[in-house]
Design a protein around this ligand. Structure first.
Ligand SMILES: C[S@@+](CC[C@H](N)C(=O)[O-])C[C@H]1O[C@@H](n2cnc3c(N)ncnc32)[C@H](O)[C@@H]1O
Length: 303
């Protein structure tokens, strides 16, 4: 599965989570199980892991990869924002560490039926949960123009957001935009000077923005960062790997505000930020896995 999705910053995550045999951990975005596998290896023989993901097909692949650890592993389809209730319903004890490796996996990107890729013709879905109700096509075909422009600007930092939103609204008035290819054509017709965009495909930013909106990615992360502290033992650590500056900003702010007691005065002094600056992959990792180049990892500890 390493060839389907290369996990990022694995050694650093293991080191900063201080994984130890008989510890209790959560991989809250277990995906294809890359981080989970290493956690289970280094916590042998008694360490336990609960792996959560919204994507049932990723969980099935993780279950196969991690089958050798079956006795120490629990896999759950769910949203990490609901961590306290998930741990409660599986009678899982307080955690020594929890990791989030945010965003989508290469496996999801490559599957054209999921609609994440602007390079593959497919339905406009983009939901991490294949059975999830929200779909990119609803956003594209029903959101007001101003809201579309706002999302594409805010979550994609796309300078042509207003032109793209206007073209989407013009096109959908003729017929609904149902496929990734259809959306790519509309975006390309709205973005001038394709060659001046320093190598990135003109649909990159808008696709990212729509995916973030479909999955409420920033809200989920913010909610997780509010509730995670009550799920940790004293000395337990939270490790977040993000790929988007907005996500990294949310992590940085929440860690800082909890550490200073601004978010919850009763928590003042209870949270320590371990990584003053985010950790980044080294050159060798970026060479092996170019997707890792935008990864940033931040870690905090509950005292
Ligand atoms: C980058 S992948 C994780 C890869 C994994 N760490 C590995 O090494 O194989 C991110 C995963 O997070 C899942 N995900 C995204 N948002 C989620 C959420 N709110 N709750 C649970 N899983 C989520 C996605 O479905 C995806 O499988």
């Amino acid at each position: 599965m390493e060839c389907i999705h290369k996990s990022v910053l694995v050694d650093q995550a293991i080191q900063y989570l201080r994984c130890h045999p008989d510890g209790v951990y959560c991989d809250a975005t277990v995906g294809l199980g890359g981080h989970a596998e290493r956690i289970l290896e280094v916590t042998s023989p008694d360490g336990r892991l609960i792996g959560i993901d919204l994507d049932a097909s990723a969980l099935a692949m993780a279950a196969e990869r991690l089958s050798g650890f079956r006795d120490r592993l629990t896999l759950v389809q769910g949203n990490f924002k609901d961590l306290p209730s998930i741990l409660g319903s599986y009678h899982f004890p307080l955690l020594d560490g929890v990791i989030i490796d945010a965003g989508l996996s290469s496996y999801q990107l490559e599957d054209k039926q999921r609609g994440f890729s602007f390079l593959k013709e497919g339905p406009l879905s983009m939901n991490f949960d294949v059975n999830g109700r929200e779909r990119a096509s609803d956003i594209i075909n029903f959101y007001p123009e101003a809201r579309l422009a706002e999302i594409i600007w805010m979550y994609g930092q796309e300078r042509w957001s207003r032109r793209i939103a206007r073209r989407i609204v013009e096109e959908r008035a003729k017929s609904p935009i149902k496929t990734t290819g259809g959306l790519v054509r509309v975006i390309c017709s709205a973005v001038p000077h394709l060659r001046s965009r320093r190598g990135i495909h003109p649909a990159t930013r808008a696709f990212q923005a729509i995916r973030i909106e479909v999955n409420h990615e920033l809200e989920n992360l913010a909610q997780f960062l509010k509730v995670v502290w009550g799920c940790l033992k004293h000395g337990g650590r939270v490790c977040i790997i993000s790929f988007h500056s907005l996500e990294d900003g949310i992590v940085k702010r929440h860690f800082r505000d909890f550490a200073s007691g601004k978010d919850r005065p009763s928590a003042e002094g209870m949270v320590e930020v371990i990584t003053k600056k985010p950790l980044r992959p080294d050159q060798e990792e970026v060479r092996r896995n170019p997707r890792s180049r935008s990864a940033r990892m931040r870690v905090a500890e509950w005292h």
